[in-house]
Design a binder for this molecule. Structure first.
Ligand code: PGA
Length: 247
């Protein structure tokens, strides 16, 4: 199970950052889980220095800029150099700020060029009775995957995050049955882009109100490979319980 803690902008003190990281290291050493944390960039740099634990780091985004005269931008190269090994890209909160599929595709290429594994977020705003949201998801994948090489596609993790389930409670998250169906659907779309057993082997995460109370049931029998966790990843005790539920 790959568990990615997306700290968003919830953490704004180094003291809190250190506390959550310490908890992540304690629970992240278990053989059954790979814990990745995505702190705000200053804390990523601070925590990743000299990290010898099993916990890895993700950036929450990368810049469209590849460097030079671009004040305020965080490039994939700098984030990788600071200690990130993954990059969360196309998160719905960034799409809401105006990121297009084309921009996200470009960011995926920047990430891969700097040996950051992209975690490509896709997800529908709401569900309609005619299941048109499924073609929206297909389009989100196509826009990013079509221009990539087979090798690049294989390194890209998909995070299915239905927007209607983000930032709520476990009770409002997706059901195991629906998640199982969505994972199958996403693998079917991926099979158009990945050769052989590529789609079967692809890493698919779910995100949207994952908490200690629903992680286990959503992990079993749904075919999902892990979770992208928001609010439940920024409290040391809650995050520890969540990870342990997946041992
Ligand atoms: P949430 O956020 O766990 O707070 O719903 C998930 C995400 O947006 O990545």
């Amino acid at each position: 199970m790959l568990i990615v803690g997306n700290w968003k902008a919830y953490v704004q003190s180094s003291e809190k950052a250190k506390k959550i990281f310490a908890a992540a290291k304690r629970v992240g050493g278990h053989a059954g889980v790979q814990v990745v944390i995505a702190p705000p960039a200053p804390y990523l740099g601070m925590l990743a220095v000299g990290n010898r634990s099993k916990v890895e780091f993700a950036s929450q985004d990368v810049s469209l800029s590849t460097g030079g005269a671009a004040t305020g931008e965080l490039t994939a190269a700098a984030l990788a150099d600071a200690g990130a090994s993954y990059a969360i890209l196309g998160h719905s909160e960034r799409r809401a700020m105006g990121e297009s599929d084309e921009m996200i595709a470009e960011k995926v290429r920047h990430a891969l060029a700097n040996r950051l594994k992209p975690i490509l977020c896709i997800g529908e705003k709401e569900r309609d009775q005619d299941a048109r949201y499924l073609s929206g998801l297909r389009a989100q994948i196509a826009a990013v995957f079509a221009p990539l090489s087979q090798k690049e596609r294989m390194q890209t993790v998909i995070a299915y995050e239905p927007i209607w389930a983000i930032g709520k409670t476990a009770a409002e998250a997706i059901t195991p049955a629906d998640l199982g169906e969505m994972v199958l659907y996403i693998r079917k779309v991926l099979s158009e882009y990945l050769p052989g057993r590529g789609a079967e082997k692809a890493t698919i995460l779910y995100g949207g109100s994952i908490e200690p109370g629903n992680a286990r049931e959503l992990a079993s029998g749904t075919g999902v490979d892990g979770f992208l966790v928001g609010h439940a990843s920024v409290d040391a005790d809650t995050f520890s319980r969540l990870v342990k539920a997946l041992y």
